[in-house]
Design a protein around this ligand. Structure first.
Ligand SMILES: Nc1nc2c(c(=O)[nH]1)N[C@H]1C(S)=C(S)[C@@H](COP(=O)(O)O)O[C@H]1N2
Ligand SMILES: [Mo]
Length: 246
């Protein structure tokens, strides 16, 4: 894990961020507020609105490796797999006008987009895959984020050895990016359990750890200060940068 953190911060440093300062001062709420506003400045400069490169079918890596926590070993996940995810529900709630619980069929009935993009993991490997699913922005439009909404938090169905769940977050701007998908297929096949079935986030403009697998709930919030250790993601709580733009 130390190695992962080291690699993460060196990647952040290589990207031109001020990782060591940011990490050391992260505990201070005033500093966090300043960093949060600097982050939106970053987006304007780095161009989070810019599009990640899209590739051609011939570029796809047929063997897309898996990484991260093990596929959820819980009995509830096992029963989801057994019934072909018919009992899966995606709860979208929090700072929204109309909380909604989506079935997989409902998600499949929404307009789908397909993109061939590269996934970059901080551990030093990449893979090109063809993903399809619904735009996160379409799902958010359905629930109507309130004026106080600032972040979108993805709660996952897996957890570490001590039982702490994986989670991630994007700000509203990143969440409405046209390439931010709730992916349901990889390389023309329904997402398999190891790649995050039935629904995972795919954010090709950011490092791999942002692309949360096994998403069970999407919570729109004004702040993530009170969610787990308050830094916006499982790995962020261990020291990774929250902003992981490539
Ligand atoms: N829920 C969950 N999502 C996760 C992870 C994880 O451990 N749990 N690992 C992340 C990391 S570090 C990477 S590189 C990618 C790996 O996705 P893949 O297994 O489909 O290659 O998932 C990301 N999303
Ligand atoms: Mo990763």
């Amino acid at each position: 894990m130390k190695r992962r953190i080291f690699l993460a911060s060196s990647v952040a440093a290589a990207l031109g961020g001020c990782a060591p300062i940011g990490t050391a001062l992260n505990g201070n709420s005033n500093v966090q507020r300043i960093l949060a506003s600097a982050e939106s400045l970053d987006h304007a400069i780095i161009g989070t609105r810019g599009l990640a490169r899209e590739y051609k079918p011939g570029d796809v890596d047929r063997d897309f490796r898996t990484n991260g926590f093990a596929t959820p070993g819980t009995s509830s996940y096992a029963s989801l797999v057994r019934d072909g995810f018919r009992s899966y529900r995606l709860v979208v709630d929090g700072a929204v006008e109309r909380r909604h619980v989506f079935t997989l069929a409902e998600l499949h009935a929404m307009p789908h987009v397909t993109q061939i993009t590269r996934h970059d993991c901080v551990e030093g490997w990449s893979a090109i895959g063809q993903w399809s699913g619904v735009r996160l922005s379409d799902v958010l439009a359905k629930v109507q984020p309130r004026a106080d909404a600032r972040y979108v938090v993805f709660h996952c169905m897996d957890s570490d050895e001590s039982g702490t769940p994986y989670y991630e977050s994007l700000d509203m701007h990143q969440a409405n990016h046209p390439q931010a998908l709730l992916a349901m297929t990889l390389n023309d096949a329904p997402l398999d359990p190891d790649h995050g079935a039935p629904v995972r986030l795919r954010v090709p403009t950011q490092l791999g750890y942002k692309s949360a697998k096994w998403v069970g709930r999407i919570e729109v919030v004004g702040s993530f200060a009170n969610i787990y250790s308050g830094r916006g993601g499982y790995w962020e709580d261990q020291g990774y940068e929250w902003y992981a733009g490539i």
